[in-house]
Design a protein around this ligand. Structure first.
Ligand SMILES: C[S@@+](CC[C@H](N)C(=O)[O-])C[C@H]1O[C@@H](n2cnc3c(N)ncnc32)[C@H](O)[C@@H]1O
Length: 322
C-alpha cells in the first residue's frame, strides 16, 4: 500500500500528486554517433528513435502503481516482533491476487513460509508465471490456493495479510464479522490479522485522481515507460457507504486502458472495523496511521494511535490480535 499526499484526497493507493500535464510523447533522441567502428571511420549514423515498449498488461501496471509489498511486510515484521519478541515466519496472504507479497515474503528469508489465497485462478496463474517461476526452489516455500478466503483453513499461521482493501467486498456487518471470525480461527494464539484502510473527507465523494508512475519495473526488472494511474470514485452512497471505484491507465503512447479494475465496495470506517474485530473474538483491535511532513506529504511512519484528526485523505493499518 502506498500513502497519500495531504492535498490530494483519499484514493487508496496514495502518494498522489494531482497530475497537471499529460505526457509529451516525443522522445526525441536524434543523436549523431561519430566514428562508429561498425560503420567505418568517420561515417555518421543518425540513431533511430528508441521505441519504448507499450505495456498493456493490467497486472504489471497495477503492481507498478499500487503495491508496495516490501513496506507492508516491514510493517508486519515490526509489529509482530514487538509483541512476540520473535520474528514472523509463517504468513497467509488473503485476497492475494498475483501473490506478489507472498513471493516477496518467501524470498526474504530461508525460514519464511507463506500461503496465498484467491478465488481467481487466472490471476493466480499470472502470479505463478511472473513471480514464482523465476524463484526456482524457493517457490516450494509457498502454497497458492484457489478458493474463497472464508473456506480455507489449514495449519494455523502467525499472521494474515488482507491488503489493498480487499475485505471491502463484504458489505454487511455479518459478512465482515464472519470473515474476521474465520481469519481468527486460522491464526495461532497471539496471531495477527493485518489490513489496510483508507478514509478522509475526500474519500466520501465522487472524484478522480491522477498519478504519474515513473521508475516502475516489471517483475523481470525491465523498466516500464512512464504512465498515468487514475483512481476514480464513480459513486459514493452516504446511506450505505457503498463506493464504486475504477482504476484506469494511460500509457506513454496515449493508449488508454479504461476500467482496468473495478471495485464495488463498502467503505468501512475505523470504528466499525475495530468493533467487528472485537465482536469476532479478537482480543485487541489496533489502528496505526502515518503522520505528515511539513510539505503536506504523508511521512510513511505508521504509529499506533487512539486519536487522529481527520484530513482530506489518509491510509491506516488495522490489526486484530488473537
Ligand atoms: C483488490 S485485489 C487485491 C490484490 C492484492 N492483495 C493487492 O494487495 O493488491 C482483490 C483480490 O481479491 C480476490 N477476491 C475477492 N473476493 C474473494 C474471496 N471471497 N475469496 C478469495 N479471493 C477473493 C479477487 O479475485 C482479487 O484478486
Amino acid at each position: 500500500m502506498q500513502v497519500p499526499g495531504r492535498p490530494s484526497g483519499a484514493p487508496p493507493s496514495g502518494a498522489y500528486r494531482t497530475m497537471t500535464t499529460r505526457f509529451d510523447s516525443s522522445c526525441s533522441i536524434a543523436d549523431i554517433s561519430r566514428n562508429n567502428p561498425a560503420m567505418g571511420a568517420n561515417k555518421i549514423k543518425k540513431k533511430t528513435k528508441k521505441s519504448r515498449p507499450v505495456i498493456t498488461d493490467r497486472h504489471i501496471l497495477y503492481e507498478g502503481a499500487v503495491q508496495e509489498v516490501e513496506a507492508d511486510l516491514d510493517f508486519m515484521k515490526r509489529v509482530f516482533r514487538r509483541r512476540h519478541k520473535r520474528p514472523l515466519r509463517l504468513i497467509r496472504e488473503d485476497f492475494c491476487g498475483t501473490a506478489k507479497l507472498t513471493a516477496e515474503w518467501i524470498s526474504q528469508h530461508p525460514d519464511n513460509r507463506a500461503i496465498g489465497v484467491d478465488f481467481d485462478q487466472p490471476t493466480l496463474d499470472w502470479g505463478i508465471r511472473h513471480h514464482f517461476a523465476p524463484l526456482g526452489d524457493i517457490r516450494k516455500r509457498a502454497r497458492l490456493i484457489c478458493d474463497d478466503v472464508r473456506a480455507v483453513s489449514g495449519p494455523p499461521v502467525d499472521a494474515i495479510a488482507a491488503f489493498n482493501f480487499s475485505y471491502f467486498i463484504f458489505k454487511e456487518r455479518d459478512a465482515l464479522r464472519n470473515y474476521y471470525r474465520h481469519a481468527r480461527s486460522c491464526l495461532k494464539k497471539g496471531g495477527m490479522l493485518f489490513m489496510d484502510a483508507f478514509g478522509g473527507t475526500q474519500s466520501m465523494t465522487t472524484n478522480h485522481e491522477y498519478r504519474d508512475i515513473s521508475g516502475a519495473r516489471m517483475p523481470d526488472g525491465t523498466k516500464i515507460p512512464k504512465y498515468v494511474y487514475e483512481w476514480e470514485h464513480r459513486n459514493f452512497d452516504v446511506i450505505t457507504n457503498h463506493i464504486l471505484c475504477h482504476i484506469h491507465f494511460e500509457l506513454h503512447d496515449g493508449t488508454r486502458i479504461e476500467k482496468a479494475f473495478t471495485y464495488d465496495w463498502r467503505l468501512w470506517t475505523l470504528p466499525e472495523m475495530q468493533e467487528l474485530l472485537l465482536e469476532a473474538g479478537f482480543s485487541k483491535a489496533e489502528v496505526y496511521i502515518h503522520g505528515w511532513q511539513p510539505d503536506g506529504e504523508a511521512d510513511s511512519v505508521f504509529r499506533l494511535r487512539k486519536h487522529y484528526d481527520n484530513e482530506e485523505g489518509w491510509i491506516a493499518y488495522v490489526v486484530g490480535v488473537k
